[in-house]
Ligand binder design. Sequence first.
Ligand SMILES: NC(=O)c1ccc[n+]([C@@H]2O[C@H](COP(=O)([O-])OP(=O)(O)OC[C@H]3O[C@@H](n4cnc5c(N)ncnc54)[C@H](O)[C@@H]3O)[C@@H](O)[C@H]2O)c1
Length: 256
Amino acid sequence: MATGRTHRPATRSRGIPEATVARLPLYLRALTGLSERSVPTVSSEELAAAAGVNSAKLRKDFSYLGSYGTRGVGYDVEYLVYQISRELGLTQDWPVVIVGIGNLGAALANYGGFASRGFRVAALIDADPAMAGTPVAGIAVQHSDELERIISDNGVSIGVISTPAGAAQQVCDRLVAAGVTSILNFAPTVLSVPDGVDVRKVDLSIELQILAFHEQRKAGEEASGSNAEQDDAPPLRATPASRKGPDGDIPAVMPA
Ligand SMILES: NC(=O)c1ccc[n+]([C@@H]2O[C@H](COP(=O)([O-])OP(=O)(O)OC[C@H]3O[C@@H](n4cnc5c(N)ncnc54)[C@H](O)[C@@H]3O)[C@@H](O)[C@H]2O)c1
């Protein structure tokens, strides 16, 4: 669900394109489901369907991992889980801090999916002195005066920002100065970071706006279909890629 982009070149150092990296979590989620059902092998078509990705693209993605499957058998589920987890750096524990423990920060802290994917919530930080010591998801909130010490003590490299937009850049600067090199930003603002720091932005309202665009387009197509002669303007239509979800990272539009 993360939108925006990382501040990195399109191809990572080991030669895996960013678009492939962005799909690896989708494969992993599908594979984890198969693993939980003790399914031993899976074909590229089955896995592609489960991940919502085109199967040719899946095979290309897996070739970057050196994983080609066995003809007639498919891919070994457990080995692929291991390979992708290793590639994503999930075979190690990642301590994460969440800054801004309001509605969203508390919901994120309570989300069980982080820990099961190797992300341990090491600390919850908020600027409101009244919140200091308050337990959220079983962790006592700490005051933001402690931010630098917390980052250093816990060896944190990943920070989540869920403060109001006006505070996000300052929080980001402090996180980076304290040693954080990856930031997941929920605040509706663009963050400036130095080279070497990755930022991913999550904005549900942007996702909704994209859906609204498609809804409007569908309604326009219906209207022009039933009353085509009255509509001179060419409607915008989505490219096929924009309908594919994970395959089409940025929905593109072009004149019909
Ligand atoms: N990305 C999304 O899809 C999405 C969805 C919902 C909300 N948001 C955004 O997430 C942010 C939080 O929303 P919310 O509803 O939880 O707000 P909220 O007001 O409930 O919580 C914000 C918290 O941040 C704390 N805070 C303020 N300044 C701080 C600072 N400098 N350092 C540390 N903590 C600080 C406040 O004390 C408060 O507890 C907002 O920017 C909002 O727009 C994004």
